[in-house]
Design a protein around this ligand. Structure first.
Ligand code: CTP
Ligand code: CA
Length: 224
């Protein structure tokens, strides 16, 4: 089933994978977060290691054991993830943004714990976070660096995915259908991988490791 893949086809390649979901602090004990488990990103790291790659895994708020052989950097907020991705991507042949990044963060983090006052609670003002994937594609370290994004869509999956691929400027966009218990926190994943070259690859429902291997097949084809 695994076409073109094999032990060693990523030997000598350095890949950077982000996994998990970022958390934006509201006060010292509270945050805005999301339900990403990090399992797809970890599956990408494990399969890349099995294929011989040198792997940096930037892990945001996951509860998963470090994959043996990966260099793991743990981050919390989007700002921390962004700094780590910019530091690590410079020397990378491929960068995969599998992390679920918070689109917005509180405009300010309250230094002390917010207390009830008896009145109406103060609203939390939000500001938009920087788009890390867009920054990575605009600042590609070298021609030939392959940049991969992930997208979770609830409807019009392919149309939304095509538009997102173009907007982000990535080489490949892995589009998952989410909602109704699909994808987040589950062992299995199903996706269509859209390429900047117009290609479209359907990946049937299966373990996240299988999807990861198919993504690396498509990355390997683009590395030269
Ligand atoms: N992403 C990122 N930085 C952000 C938001 C998203 O790097 N601030 C990356 C994600 O890691 C993913 C890709 O962009 O690889 C697509 O994320 P998605 O949330 O689907 O796209 P958005 O541009 O945030 O659009 P939407 O409004 O649909 O959430
Ligand atoms: Ca988003």
């Amino acid at each position: 089933l695994r076409r073109g893949s094999g032990p060693g086809d990523l030997a000598g390649r350095r890949v950077v994978v982000s996994a998990g979901g970022t958390r934006e602090p509201i006060d010292p004990v509270r945050f805005i977060g999301n339900r990403s488990s990090g399992r797809q990103g970890y599956a990408l790291a494990v399969t890349a290691l099995a294929r011989g790659a040198e792997v940096v895994l930037v892990s945001a708020n996951t509860a998963l054991p470090d994959p043996a052989g990966a260099a793991v950097r743990r981050v919390g907020s989007t700002a921390e993830l962004r700094d780590a991705m910019h530091e690590e991507s410079g020397a990378a042949d491929a960068v995969v943004m599998a992390a679920a990044v918070a689109d917005f963060r509180p405009a300010t983090t309250t230094p002390g714990k917010i207390k009830k006052t008896g009145g109406a609670p103060a609203p939390i003002a939000l500001v938009e976070n920087p788009d890390i994937l867009l920054e990575l594609t605009r600042g590609r370290a070298h021609d030939g660096q392959v940049v991969v994004g992930f997208a979770a869509e609830t409807d019009h999956v392919v149309e939304n995915g095509r538009a997102k691929l173009a907007r982000k400027g990535c080489d490949l966009l892995v589009v998952n259908q989410v909602g109704d218990g699909l994808a987040f926190g589950t062992a299995d994943n199903q996706a269509v991988v859209l390429g900047a070259d117009g290609s479209s690859t359907d990946i049937p429902t299966g373990p996240k490791e299988d999807l990861a291997d198919r993504v690396w097949d498509l990355v390997a084809e683009r590395l030269s």
